[in-house]
Write a protein that binds this ligand. Sequence first.
Ligand SMILES: Cc1cc2nc3c(=O)[nH]c(=O)nc-3n(C[C@H](O)[C@H](O)[C@H](O)COP(=O)(O)OP(=O)(O)OC[C@H]3O[C@@H](n4cnc5c(N)ncnc54)[C@H](O)[C@@H]3O)c2cc1C
Length: 399
Amino acid sequence: MIIGNGVAGTTAAETIRKGDATARIILIGDEPHPLYNRVALPKVLKGITAPERTFIKTVAWHAENNVELLLNTTVVRIDPERQLIETDTHGEFIYDRLLVATGGTPNLLNVDGAQDTRGIYHFQTLDDTTTILGRIRKSKHAIVTGGSFIAYELTEGFRHHGVRTTWMIRGTRFLHRILDAEGGAFVDKLAKAVGVETVYGDEITGVNAGEDGEITSVNCKSGATIDCDLLGAGLGLRMRTECLRDTGVKVNRGIVTNEFLETSVPNIYAAGDVAEFFDVSIGTHNQMGTWNNAGSHGKTAGANMLGARQEYREVPYYTSTMFDSQMAAIGIMPESVPTMEALGRMNEERGVYRRLFFHEGRLAGAALIGDIRIRRQLMDMIRSQRQVSNAEREQLLSV
Ligand SMILES: Cc1cc2nc3c(=O)[nH]c(=O)nc-3n(C[C@H](O)[C@H](O)[C@H](O)COP(=O)(O)OP(=O)(O)OC[C@H]3O[C@@H](n4cnc5c(N)ncnc54)[C@H](O)[C@@H]3O)c2cc1C
């Protein structure tokens, strides 16, 4: 039984089917679609990729592989004693092994007027994307709130369509835990170079609508009022752990697992964005919101549900455009391990920024902007788990 048909859940189903031709596999998702590529959604938002090109699996694939796919179906309760799950539309099912791969849902913009005003969007699903795309085409001035990757993608999507775009970040810079002041200033320069207006240290406290209920402006903490006809919010994710209520499964920010992706309750596993897994490469728990991490988790969880004892061992990475430049985040980020030592370097002339994170003398993560070709070398070094000398650090930082 697998809850969530994103890349983690669907990869687990595929892995189980490859390892066992006859096991009954039920894959449940509350969206109306089979697996699609979430990473491609920014390109759909820009109008570069057609929505139907994002599909990775068809409904027919599931039937051909004897995977029972239930779409538009939410798992509302799990009873670990009876090894049973309850859905909203298809009744109850008994399981031998259960995987929770439910991902996250966007934190909503919770300010005065937001609930009743149209023109405010969050960006997580294919359906969100097509809805926003329809709206962008009618918009002239957009505001984006948030300092996350999703806020960047919204900003970039809006300005790509020629909409005047103001990007408002509550903190001092984009990704304030990952980039230092120099990295933040570089992203600001990249944003301004393509015409994006940036605002830092301010936040939206209320939204105003016209008589038709459409957004007309936002009120800010600073006292400013900014006119807009479109508002995008990229305020981080809340993990979808509600179906685990009263199960005894340990949940912190995500579902806590060991290195085998087993939760604290027998026969229940977790994978993907929602899993706060024991990361053997740093000897502590870690949580990653990246596509390759979720897919690799799916493989490991699927194998372990069939009885293997595979440790999860991967270096996650995230690459993205950064306006007219590009960015990569590799390995562990300071959000997971705030005590890491960080060393940053910027080459203004070449437009290259590099920040490295060390955990107990070993390279554990990196943020790169501009030239990101060193990515593979850094991933190998993270994998090796060896001590990195001062001379090597200097060399890695020579931008
Ligand atoms: C716009 C956007 C751009 C991104 N760009 C990148 C990128 O460039 N690089 C990168 O590495 N990552 C990127 N990501 C992140 C990446 O897409 C995720 O890390 C990955 O998709 C997570 O996969 P998952 O299977 O863990 O969860 P999800 O893809 O979130 O799938 C979980 C599914 O479970 C469903 N579900 C939840 N609860 C229930 C329930 N109770 N019952 C039934 N179904 C349920 C959810 O609706 C969802 O369909 C991006 C994400 C977004 C939104």
